[in-house]
Design a protein around this ligand. Sequence first.
Ligand code: GN1
Ligand code: MG
Length: 365
Amino acid sequence: MGNLFAVAEQFKPQGRVIDVREFGNGNINNTFLATLDTKGEKHFILQRINTRVFRRPELVISNMRISTEHIRQRLQRVPLSAGRRWEVPGVLLAQDGRDFWLDSDGSFWRAISFIEGSQSFDTIKDIDHASEVGYALGMFHTLLSDLPPDRLSDTLKGFHITPLYLQHYEDVLAKYNVGKSPEVNYCLQFIGERNAWAHVLENARAQGRLRLRPIHGDPKVNNIMIDTATGQAISIVDLDTVKPGLVHYDIGDCLRSGCNPLGEETEQWEKVQFDPDLCKAILQGYLSMAREFLTGNDFFYIYDSIRLIAFELGLRFFTDYLEGNVYFKVRHPEHNLARALVQFKLTQSIESQETAICNIIREIR
Ligand code: GN1
Ligand code: MG
């Protein structure tokens, strides 16, 4: 991957780069934390964008700049509630003044400021953490609620459009021989039984019941930064998928990630459960910010969005497994199958608790 120090030198805001190490566990891009020998801001994030997924990486950066600039201006106009802070990750410039750098292999690199004094977790620790995760998503949607979505480019065509993932799945099934095993059969059947329903959000959009807004696209638990001193959420990072979409994709993604205490990488897929108490806390945190701009139709589709995004992620992992792991990074050949089973089991648990989840939504509305 070339010399990481040389790449980091391209973006360092000041001082000397003394360390570069892998950071987080992203499934698409390669992420590193660079450390400087300075007294003030000591770290920054360095990323190699996967250009097989993000075909126009310069638009990814431009969406990030447009959205963070909007958020900064809005934060100046509308003060936060007392005792709260909110940090916005910034794009760092390379030595030549551009916001990316191409290395000699043609890899596309960019750098982002690091939110000092914060950390993130792969799973939710407790109810307070859950409510902070929900708050962060509500805060993010609120801050962007007055940015016209068409100011943002569509950087990933088809992202979270479930019918298109289904179409791709059918194409892959037609093209490859699928080795049958009990797990594969379970997935095939699971998808088959939910084919028609999986159009629910896109149908609602086509009927004008839901409308496009600026969304985050990937608000899973470990993208929400928690202040190490106060335990409060202070930022949401990984802005690669900020683009026009339905806020329901974000609500569903946040809940499928936050309410699965075993985490999306667990090997005990049969034990995966959706936790309704965490769901309630996340939604309460979210609505404390978002209630004002949500419509009656928005509320109506919240349950479907939770069920759908868990199902959709399972479908995406399973399709990638069948296709030979061409999209998500894997540690072993069956990794995407294992991930799919986790999401399908989670979907099943959501379905079995439909009444309880709908009651929670009604209660806290
Ligand atoms: C991918 O790379 P990462 O971890 O930020 C994926 C998300 C999935 C997530 C599941 C662009 O995100 O949609 O929810 O994996 N991002 C893209 O962990 O496909
Ligand atoms: Mg991401």
